[in-house]
Design a binder for this molecule. Sequence first.
Ligand code: N01
Length: 551
Amino acid sequence: MNETRQSIGSAPSSPDDLDVAVIGAGISGMYAVHRFRRAGLTVRAFDEAGDVGGTWWWNCYPGARVDSPGAPFYCYTFDRELVNEWEWAETQPDQPTILAYLRNFAEKYDIRRDVQFETRVENAEFDESTNEWVIELSTGERVRARFLVSAAGTLSAANLPNIPGIEDFAGPLHHTGRWPQDGCVDFTDKRVAVVGTGSSGVQVIPNIAKDASQLYVLQRTPQFVLPARNRPLDPALAERARDEWPDMRDRLVKTGRALPMATKSALDVSDEERRATYDAAWVQGGMAVRECYRDHMTNLEANEILAGYVRDKIVETIDAPTIAEKLLPTYIFGTKRLILGTDYYETYNRDNVRLLDIRSYPIDRFTPTSVQTGEGEFEIDLLILATGYDAISGALTRLDPVGRAGRHLTDNWAGGPRTYLGMAMTDFPNLFVVQGPQSPSVKYHYALGSELQVDWIAECILRMRAAGYETIEPEPETESAWGAKVADIANVTLYPRTDSWYSGANIPGKPRQFAVHLDGPGYHEELKNIAKGDYTGFRFDRAKSTRQEIA
Ligand code: N01
């Protein structure tokens, strides 16, 4: 261990001080409250929302439902009793069901007792004189904690596009990720514009089309949308999951998947065999078609075969060839987050829906009552922004914590996120990020990934305590090496070849970096080994102990 830094943490903490302050009470934050409490630590979480659920609390727009991996696997994994207790009715549960599941979790583990809702963490600064984080809340309170754990989410910082005149629009305007909780956005007989055709847009568009008198979909990039085919959950699968949960969880940890992976290449089979396999997967729905062969996301030729298959399906679904043409994606299949839809393409066959291609005919401006594009002016009563998120790093950069010597995180990340393990940053002692940039986050089982990271953090804190350490921080050189490793793994795949929110390309001015560690199982094995190996790459400061004592 490098003990070069001075430990100044001698100022006594007040009795109200926390061991851990957690930002967010979604899937990760709730587990953090549970786990830290179980470790005997004092913990409190802060969340701007009115209740638990995080992104599932905010995203209550019509049509919101889970897409992948779906039931019975979209759940916390650590407690078999919880798995046994909860009955999933559908393969892709809707938002009210997921929220009910998360509320049940909160009840079962009495999470709300340690969560302060309707409270935004406005500032966070590391106090080097006491080795504590000082956080300022929207309520005006200040809280001190030895550790700060950000569980602020990967898709939580809404992207509100800066389109001329948007602030002049006089009708109701809603972002899908900030949907009103009263649920009473009424589209009946209204003229509605939706900007954005990612997962949120694809889910909300068919639902709005049913009620609106006129729907304008403003599309910048045509996307690959696969049929979700939500259906009642096969009771046999639910039962198997219950019976075999320890093995299934083990497989999830080791592969990131609940079910076995394909081993064949799409190029090793005949056209007929491949076509039959795709057809069967298409009927099955969900992400099945991508999973038919192992190399769709690593081999351009295999990818393009599947892309052609999906484009043909789009053309078959749309009545008007001119509209089908506008809906055909041209980027590499799957390199933007794949989308699952229900009646999405069919919606464009309706008389009250008009697709506006804003790539060819950009939006000029909004007025109080209309949107003007290169195709004309369209009167609207309501405006829906399905424009996505400042993803993965946005929640943290918007907070912009201040670390040692007044360093702002955004200074250190001016060229893109710099982390060790996607969880810790040099100059920011005792700050841990769950599901952070350069961790597997959105490309691994989300709840399981949160559990494994939070378990690691809890164990680390306990071991630090036992050894008398007050701070932990990565060695500076670990960050460059970690960033290079994450990039190397990504570059074996096709993902980085496309502009997407994975790399920050959806946010004007955001530094580009493919911010997801694409080998989740390898990552979690490495986390384990780092803890076993005396926390290689970290430096600990404090008190009276030596490096050996933590091992
Ligand atoms: O956001 P997105 P999302 N002018 O970034 C367009 C998860 N999720 O909220 O592609 C005009 O994918 C943008 O256009 P382009 C899931 O992981 C899960 O839909 O950048 N258009 C795009 O069409 C998903 O991937 C579920 O050219 C603008 C759209 O807005 C992630 O969340 C449900 C624009 C944004 O698409 C994000 O999905 C929903 C501008 N200035 C979401 N700015 C589940 O089912 C952006 N766009 C679990």
